[in-house]
Ligand binder design. Structure first.
Ligand SMILES: NC(=O)c1ccc[n+]([C@@H]2O[C@H](COP(=O)([O-])OP(=O)(O)OC[C@H]3O[C@@H](n4cnc5c(N)ncnc54)[C@H](OP(=O)(O)O)[C@@H]3O)[C@@H](O)[C@H]2O)c1
Length: 324
């Protein structure tokens, strides 16, 4: 059953790595000035190592974690900042389902459960009269999901975006004449690319984000397995040179028109709002029946992702975190 009131909000943070720690820091920094945060209470943090009770900066596992802790601690909101598991979505998926049964809403920066089981999760939240925030899953703190929340009464026809900073950095450097292998090495050296960048390079990461946006904006029933992924690994240096000769740039564009969802390299011209989005920056164009809106901003960074979750928490307190 949903709790009668959200005054005095008890939070459990699941995953206490870079994003989880930034989230705790943001709550502490801002609670004096943001009324919606003044009564927020962190009741526990959870990692692979176990559960740490209370609101402590340093993580010390008090005991192994189990879903029974939700019953004992009675959080109002579970915030998932744990690592992504694209095979099953676990353990986050089971955590969400149990949280909803016990009357807690969920906020997540972890894309995997939503990229795999978006509507199952939304329907469970709806069944228990609860809600779900996921701004941090797409473009971190740059309002992509939450931009869509402030376009009521218009119909989204198409979404198109640069949703992966690593590949955009590599393509931007290739457009400056740097070979693919060197651009990738640079991206790793600067900390933009993981040691294993496969899920960035093959378009999977952008595809997972596209699923979340497309399902939310256009009520498509996609999972990440439905997205046609091409990635950037097969892009030839001469294709980049030819595109530049025609005044175009190669961009890895994630696009859904409600019928087809693709992540593939497009050669974009100067009139395209995505043309000037370079480096690790991300951008999203939302085409509605009324107008087209483009936003751009950082797509990653622990503080930015944590801000995505924090903005959801504030919207939840205002009653504005509505389900699709
Ligand atoms: N960093 C970013 O810029 C960014 C941006 C947007 C979204 N995200 C997403 O936000 C999430 C967190 O990212 P991060 O950078 O904070 O990662 P991170 O530093 O690697 O932290 C991940 C945390 O998840 C915990 N964890 C992993 N598997 C778990 C399990 N089975 N049960 C409980 N806890 C588990 C880890 O526990 P241990 O501490 O015990 O290892 C760790 O505390 C990821 O899903 C990521 O994709 C990150």
């Amino acid at each position: 059953m949903p709790r009668p009131s959200l005054t005095g909000v008890r939070i459990l943070i699941f995953g206490y790595g870079k994003v989880g720690k930034e989230l705790r820091a943001l709550i502490h920094e801002r609670r004096g000035e943001v009324p919606e945060l003044s009564d927020v209470q962190i009741v526990a943090t959870v990692t692979r190592r176990g559960i740490s009770f209370g609101d402590r900066d340093a993580f010390v596992a008090d005991e192994p974690f189990s879903l029974d802790h939700l019953e004992k601690l009675k959080p109002d909101v579970v915030i998932d900042t744990a690592s992504a598991n694209y095979e099953t979505g676990e353990p986050s998926l089971s955590l969400y389902f149990r949280a909803f049964e016990l009357g807690a809403s969920v906020i997540t920066t972890n894309k995997a459960p939503l990229a795999l089981r978006f509507w199952d999760i939304v329907e469970r939240a709806r069944k228990y009269g609860l809600t779900l925030g996921f701004q941090g899953t797409v473009m971190s703190g740059t309002p992509s999901v939450n931009l869509l929340r402030v376009l009521p009464g218009s119909w989204v026809r198409k979404i198109r975006g640069i949703l992966n900073g690593t590949t955009n950095y590599i393509l931007s450097r290739m457009a400056e004449g740097i070979p693919f292998a060197s651009a990738l090495a640079e991206a790793k050296q600067k900390g933009y690319a993981e040691e294993d960048p496969t899920l960035d390079l093959n378009g999977f990461d952008a595809g997972a984000k596209l699923v979340i946006l497309s399902n939310f904006a256009m009520k498509t029933k996609l999972t990440v397995r439905d997205v046609k992924l091409e990635g950037i690994a097969n892009l030839k240096e001469e294709e980049v040179a030819n595109a530049l000769g025609e005044g175009k740039k190669p961009k890895l564009v994630a696009q859904s028109d409600g019928k087809e969802a693709t992540v593939r390299v497009q050669l974009v011209s100067q009139s395209d709002p995505l043309y000037s989005v370079d480096g690790v920056e991300n951008a999203l164009s939302v085409e509605t029946d009324v107008q087209t809106i483009t936003i751009r901003g950082p797509g990653a960074g622990p503080r930015q992702a944590a801000y995505g979750a924090l903005s959801d928490l504030i919207l939840l307190k205002r009653g504005a975190l509505l389900l699709p």
